[in-house]
Design a protein around this ligand. Structure first.
Ligand SMILES: Nc1nc2c(ncn2[C@@H]2O[C@H](COP(=O)(O)OP(=O)(O)OP(=O)(O)O)[C@@H](O)[C@H]2O)c(=O)[nH]1
Ligand SMILES: O=C([O-])CC(=O)C(=O)O
Ligand SMILES: [Mn+2]
Length: 610
């Protein structure tokens, strides 16, 4: 294929990377944009891009005193979340995608999508975004290049990734990169007026794990279109990790300092909209403890030479759930946002050019809602979409840990798995050993949330909070986790301890039993004291549970009955899980590691099942 020489900007490439140039030329020939723009990531570029988006009515500039350099965006009401039904893992062999992923053969998918891409950027600009996941100073920086016809994606990628000229420079002439092709799938005929949020009813979010490629079509929403995030850093990176002996996980990373000034690093995997951003920025309510943030969504973990597992946050920004974010629940997120430089999507707009969402104090008397309609506190629908998001630079977080920029990462002391469950799962349980911890992760369950299209509140298995993000057969993924338990040179003594938490258990009256948010620092303290060997625990069939006295509840407004109910392991509730776990494991056939069946058998014996 050769591009028509009429595509403006195609030959103004600020690189001599032959592979990149050839790919951009091919995509331009296929998608026929009006012009090609090579993004440099500069402030000037940001300014002209956002000015242009404001002029076009795609973004609304917010009040500069309250929200400097910040913008309000509204999506098409059908394009508001990740589309798991339209997300595909296109491995050559179907069994390598496994039973939890949608699959299509790579050739077939490429045939289908090539026809969709043909001419799809007509009337639009093709932006070339060179980006790097993780510090550019890494020994082997993880490069990607996204080609997109969405300026909203360009603006968001500038916040979420390290991108632009510095990346292109570091890539040189021949660095490997993950090609990420994205189109909203809405070509413009000459003279046709654009809409504020172009997208296509037909959507494909496709991954080619063997060739490390991503093709996305039809959606402009974050998780479907900011391809460095879920698509690269989890789905493609998880396949890289399997091949190279590391882990790409849906985890926050935090640094915890005790009153004795001892430092601990904790990683935690909770499904989408289940509390990662909040825990990552927590303000401890117990005196003398300090939390600093390293990441709120994704962790890449590799063994260091010392046999410890080191975690890096590959992202550069926060793409956080807006509703519920408030000075009382997450003051550090509010401080981060107050510095400006942010894009808000599908929240409500106040009459004085600020943003508002459900959970942010008292509602103003009048708002413009996420669909652009007048809204008052009497309105029937919420003002903001439940999956509305803020997109903001992580370095504005006032408690960002300095280690954030260290390409080596931080040594993880504890891994928490957690979900959103009204019943059954206690506030915290400690795994007996690594394999038991992998069992906890592999059987993790959670109620679905608005972060993905589909029904909300349905309990499903969400292994390691990675169900929609594992880029290969989940049975093989469990085996990979088990094999990580051998540590370096067979020394498993330096592995993180594993815990299972649930902030979302409810009383018979529907109330959350545990106050959550800053009070979760009490649970983190127990984790540290377990590591130090100073906190008591009782053995239960499902793991080690705090004794009521071992959990610091000083000054906490919580009845003994609620605490007891939050910590309770109810054998009947757990027996009811057994058929579901059995069915879940059966889905993986012989790809499920036998040690996980053995864990289930041991649990059944402890519960007196069969
Ligand atoms: N009850 C309760 N709610 C919480 C707690 N932590 C977070 N939430 C709420 O859960 C929702 C999601 O929280 P986030 O921290 O944004 O979730 P996340 O895991 O980062 O979500 P993604 O960005 O989708 O991956 C918000 O509405 C929070 O207010 C908690 O400890 N207790
Ligand atoms: O990917 C997204 O759209 C947002 C996110 O963090 C998640 O859903 O876990
Ligand atoms: Mn997430």
């Amino acid at each position: 294929m050769s591009a028509p020489t009429t595509v403006k900007g195609l030959d103004q490439a600020p690189t001599s990377h032959a592979g990149l140039l050839a790919w951009v030329r091919d995509v331009a020939a296929l998608t026929t944009p009006d012009r090609v723009v090579w993004c440099d990531g500069s402030d000037d570029e940001w300014k002209s891009l956002t000015d242009q988006l404001v002029d076009a009515g795609v973004l609304t500039r917010l009040n500069a005193e309250k929200r400097p350099n910040s913008f309000w965006a509204r999506t098409d009401p059908t394009d508001v979340a990740r589309v798991e039904e339209r997300t595909f893992i296109c491995s050559v062999d179907e069994s390598d995608a496994g039973p939890t992923n949608n699959w299509m053969a790579p050739d077939e998918m490429k045939r289908v999508m090539t026809e969709l891409y043909r001419g799809c950027m007509r009337g639009r600009t093709l932006y070339v975004i060179p980006f790097c996941m993780g510090p550019l100073t890494a020994e082997q920086p993880m490069f990607g290049v996204e080609l997109t016809d969405s300026p909203y994606v360009v603006a968001s990628m500038r916040i979420m990734t390290r991108m632009g000229s510095a990346v292109l420079e570091r890539m040189g002439d021949d660095a490997d990169f993950v090609p990420c092709l994205h189109s909203v799938g809405a070509p413009l005929e000459p003279g046709e007026a654009d809409v504020a949020w172009p997208c296509n009813e037909t959507k494909y979010i496709s991954h080619f794990p063997e060739t490390r490629e991503i093709w996305s079509f039809g959606s402009g929403y974050g998780g479907n279109s900011l391809l460095g995030k879920k698509c690269f850093s989890l789905r493609i990176a998880s396949a890289m990790g399997r091949d190279e002996g590391w882990l790409a996980e849906h985890m926050l990373i935090l640094k915890l300092t005790s009153p004795q000034r001892k430092v601990y690093y904790v990683a935690a995997a909770f499904p989408s909209a289940c509390g990662k951003t909040n825990l990552a920025m927590l303000e401890p309510t117990i005196p003398g403890w300090k939390v600093e943030t390293l990441g709120d969504d994704i962790a890449w973990m590799r063994f260091g030479e010392d046999g410890r597992l080191y975690a890096v946050n590959p992202e550069y920004g926060l793409f956080g759930v807006a509703p519920g974010t408030d000075w009382r629940t997450n003051p550090n997120a509010m401080r981060t946002l107050a510095k400006g430089n942010s894009v808000y999507t599908n929240v409500a707009l106040t009459d004085d050019g600020d943003i508002w969402w459900e959970g942010m104090g008292e509602p103003p008397a009048h708002l413009t809602d996420w669909k652009g309609r007048d809204w008052t506190p009497d309105s029937d629908e919420p003002s903001s979409h439940p999956n509305s998001r803020f997109c903001t630079p992580i370095n504005q977080c006032p408690i960002l840990a300095p280690e954030y920029e260290d390409p080596k990462g931080v040594p993880i002391d504890a891994i928490l798995f957690g979900g959103r469950r009204r019943t059954t799962i206690p506030l915290i349980a400690e795994a007996r050993d690594w394999v038991h911890g992998v069992y906890m992760g592999a059987t993790l369950s959670s109620e679905t949330t608005a972060a993905a299209a589909g029904k909300v509140g349905v309990v499903r298995r969400d292994p390691m909070a990675m169900l929609p993000f594992i880029g290969y057969n989940a049975g093989d993924y469990f085996a990979h986790w088990i094999s990580m338990g051998k540590g370096v040179d067979g020394d498993a003594s330096k592995l993180p301890r594993v815990f299972y938490v649930n902030w979302f258990r409810r009383g018979a009256d529907g109330r959350f039993l545990w106050p959550g948010f800053g009070e979760n620092s009490r649970v983190l303290k127990w984790v540290v004291e377990r590591i130090e060997g100073t906190a008591d625990a009782v053995d239960s069939p499902v793991g080690k549970i705090p004794t009521a006295a071992s959990l610091d509840t000083d000054g906490l407004d919580l009845t003994e009955a609620d605490l007891e109910a939050a910590l309770r392991v109810d054998a009947d509730e757990w027996r009811a899980e057994i058929p579901q776990v059995t069915e879940w494991f059966n889905r993986f056939g012989d790809r499920l590691p036998g040690v996980l069946w053995a864990e289930l058998d041991a649990l059944k014996a402890r519960l007196g099942v069969e």
